[in-house]
Design a protein around this ligand. Structure first.
Ligand code: ZN
Length: 194
């Protein structure tokens, strides 16, 4: 059974995937919170329960396979494929462009669900959507853990974000945390702000 927003957020907090403080994002903006999906995906049971929100959404839509962009989407895509009992493949960058490697192929007429961890601009997902379309296959939809675009990114097919996490960012000169004199922390990975 799909879990509630509050349960999903609780898993993020328990996994320390969602922290409060004063963070410098790679955009240069400051924020009172940051999240790192990889940290919640460390725990298979949290991953299973959060991904159910995606799987349940697509359970009655025809899906022949799940595809994800590497690396971020692989765990989400695999878990959703496992729950739907469908095959899973991934695309990876070669010379900066997402491609299918390792003998993966998509047959014309198949229905593919695209999965990703975090959608910010939707760029990686769009590249994978084009791989599906170029193969003559159909797009069943898009499922992801977190929508960082506040609903702005629409793929024109059924889509579902498993968890709503709003990260409010400030320009440094108007940052209320700077005004309070709270020390600024730069998270260790560029994945923090994607
Ligand atoms: Zn600040």
């Amino acid at each position: 059974m799909a879990i509630t927003q509050e349960q999903a957020l609780d898993f993020f907090r328990k996994a320390e995937a969602l922290l409060s403080g004063h963070f410098l994002l790679t955009s240069g903006k400051h924020s009172a919170s940051y999240f790192q999906c990889a940290k919640v995906l460390q725990y298979p049971d949290y991953t299973r329960q959060i991904c159910l929100n995606i799987s349940d959404y697509f359970r009655h839509i025809p899906v022949d396979g799940v595809i994800a962009p590497a690396m971020g989407g692989i765990i989400v895509g695999y878990e959703v494929a496992r729950q739907l009992n469908k095959k899973f493949i991934f695309a990876e960058r070669e010379d900066g462009v997402f491609k299918l490697r390792r003998g993966f192929d998509i047959k014309a007429g198949e229905n593919y669900l695209v999965c990703e961890d975090v959608v910010t601009t939707g760029g990686s997902v769009m590249e994978v959507i084009n791989i599906v379309k170029d193969a003559g296959a159909k797009l069943a939809g898009v499922g992801f853990l977190v929508d960082r675009s506040n609903g702005k990114v629409q793929f024109g097919v059924p889509q579902i974000g498993a968890v709503q996490i709003e990260v409010i960012a400030f320009d440094s000169h108007v940052c209320p945390l700077c005004k309070k004199g709270e020390p600024l922390v730069k998270p260790g990975s560029r994945k923090f702000t994607q």
